[in-house]
Design a protein around this ligand. Sequence first.
Ligand code: JAH
Length: 303
Amino acid sequence: MLVDIITIFPDYFGTTSTADADFPAQRPVPSAPFRPHLRVRHGSGPLGVSLIGKAAARGDLEFRLHDLRRWATDVHHTVDDAPFGGGPGMVMKPDVWGAALDDVAGDEEPARLIVPTPSGAPFTQDLAAAYAAERRLVFACGRYEGIDSRVVADARSAMTVDEVSIGDYVLAGGEAAVCVILEAVCRLLPGVLGNEQSAADDSFGGGSEAMRGLLEGPVYTRPRSWRGHEVPPVLLSGDHQAIARWRRDEALRRTAAVRPDLVSRMIGDTAGGAAEGAGGLSARDRAVLAEAGFPVDGESMAH
Ligand code: JAH
């Protein structure tokens, strides 16, 4: 997968440099403006370490960073201007962004453009899986009050554009959101995670049918007894069916406690429908949820 990131802070993503390969001895047009992209040094920053860094070192993943100011045309490399209609803060200039996107995304390889913004659609595990299936992603990092809205409108005529939000809070810019999105996406790439099963089973992973749409319950490792806290005996029983049932009970209880919206969605999905299966709720599930305060039998669905 090829990932391009356009930002006024390339260093946010780690220590960067231009690769030797980007300095050919004989440039085709020596007088043309020379605008090599930047690479993250292996082992540096959120894109250079851990599984993502290893995948990038192997060449399964390629990150290219682009300093937006390269496309600014004035001596001060200005990228922002005052908002039409007044109000606080500054807005990023459409001409600078338009030129950057033309150059970075305008080549032969089709790309999906992702623009993190607090006014975007929610970034979800399903979207992470969709991005992991793409050959090329381009991220546009805004700063200040955001990017002139015509930039996204214009880009939509050339490519798929997603304005996405990673949560209901305002950051100082899109860079941190890009790191979050890339971590969720890259661990789904074939060969990146090492243990393929843990990507499938975790909260929202959707891999194991039994846990779809639920938060993961508690997990334990050795020692069996630690500071007077014991590991739940069922996990030591060797009874795999009992363990699976206990894990589902715990997942239901935890989800009911901290994410009632997810439980309501599950109940809604099965209202008046099948008794169980296909992400539905069994009688036992409903009993566990009832104990957790969800009246999931009959018509009363308070949540
Ligand atoms: C803030 C550009 N959903 C989290 C999120 C994503 C992006 C931004 N804020 C929050 C942001 C300022 C400028 C983007």
